[in-house]
Each structure stands twice: as structure tokens, then as C-alpha cells.
Design a protein around this ligand. Sequence first.
Ligand SMILES: Cc1cc2nc3c(=O)[nH]c(=O)nc-3n(C[C@H](O)[C@H](O)[C@H](O)COP(=O)(O)O)c2cc1C
Length: 186
Amino acid sequence: MSFDVKTFRRALGCFATGITVVTAAAGDGADPFGVTINSFTSVSLEPPLVLFCLGRTSRLYPGLTTVPAFAINVLAEDQGPLSIHFATSGNQRQWTGVGAGRHDDGTPLLNGCLAHLYCTTEAIHEGGDHVIVVGLVRSLDWRAEGQPLLYVRGRYGRLGELFVPLTAPAAVSGDPAATGRMTPSG
Ligand SMILES: Cc1cc2nc3c(=O)[nH]c(=O)nc-3n(C[C@H](O)[C@H](O)[C@H](O)COP(=O)(O)O)c2cc1C
């Protein structure tokens, strides 16, 4: 290969993402935990599947690869501090000052998020120095207002006033007003 890890990371950083915190209840009576994750993506609509990639060296690897369920918390633009908190080693079981409700099984659902997806662990696949955790979405909530926290080239950002829609509103099944088509430029 003609590139090193640093260069690879830089190239990947050009791909702008949202930010999630993956939370789970520890089954052994220990504190629940959360970890900042931007490798989240949707996989399938029917059945409803999502995935995230987890580093094998993460301290949460043993916990997150054995829990039966977890939640994907999609962060809003004002939740940068929460992202930093749950990306910091040693903080991932610290809940002081973190507002959160709980799913029936104790899985934390962070306050103020754009969406929560509560999943049961469907599969764990090999992925080099990461594993690919696939979740079956069992329940969810979301809100239409509010903007996402963004991450690109190693920096946090938000859409703010600069967001220029290039398409009609995203097509949602059953919504005849939405086309999601790119409008011709020039
Ligand atoms: C913006 C952002 C996105 C991240 N995304 C991932 C990810 O997708 N997968 C992952 O394993 N770690 C990801 N991390 C790193 C974890 O949040 C965490 O920092 C890492 O597991 C180190 O924690 P540990 O030393 O307690 O294991 C991300 C960190 C940041 C700041």
C-alpha cells in the first residue's frame, strides 16, 4: 500500500458525518456506559438494521460486544461537550451531569438528542482492527426540528445558517410533496 495510517485517516476525515453516542446497560450491575461513535450507518429498512464499528482496543469492547441491546443517540448541534465526554477514556461510565432517561432494560437514552434508536444486537462481524456491530432497531423516537452535530476533518461543526439545500426535501415514503431530486444547476 502506498499510504500510511495517518494519510488514510486524513482521507477518511474528508467524509463528513453526524455524531452518535452508543449507550448500553451493563448486565453485571456495573454502571451503564456510553461511547462516541461516528461510524454509525443504516443498513436495511426491512428488517430495520443499523451498524457501527467498534475498535478492538476500546475499553468498552468487552462490554459492548456482549450486551444484548444498545441505543444509538444521535447528537444535536449543541451536544459537542457530550461527544467529547464520551470519547474520553475513563469518562464512559461517568454520568454525573449527563441528563438521560432509561429504556425499560436500563439502557440510557440521552436527553436533547435528535433521535434515539433502541436496538438488540443482531450480529458482530470481523472488520480488521474493528468489529462491525449490527443492531436490529426495536423502537425509536426522533424530532423534525433541531440540527445535527457534524464532524469533518477532525473538527466538530454545525450547519448553522450556511446550509444550502441542493435538493427538495428528502423523500419520505407516503409523502407526495417530497421528491429528494437534485435540482439542475446553472
Ligand atoms: C468524533 C469521534 C468519533 C468516534 N468514532 C468512533 C467509532 O466509530 N468507533 C470507535 O471504536 N471509536 C470511535 N471514537 C473513539 C471513542 O469515542 C473513544 O474515544 C475510544 O474508544 C477510546 O476510549 P477508550 O480509551 O476508553 O477505549 C470516536 C471518537 C470521536 C471523538
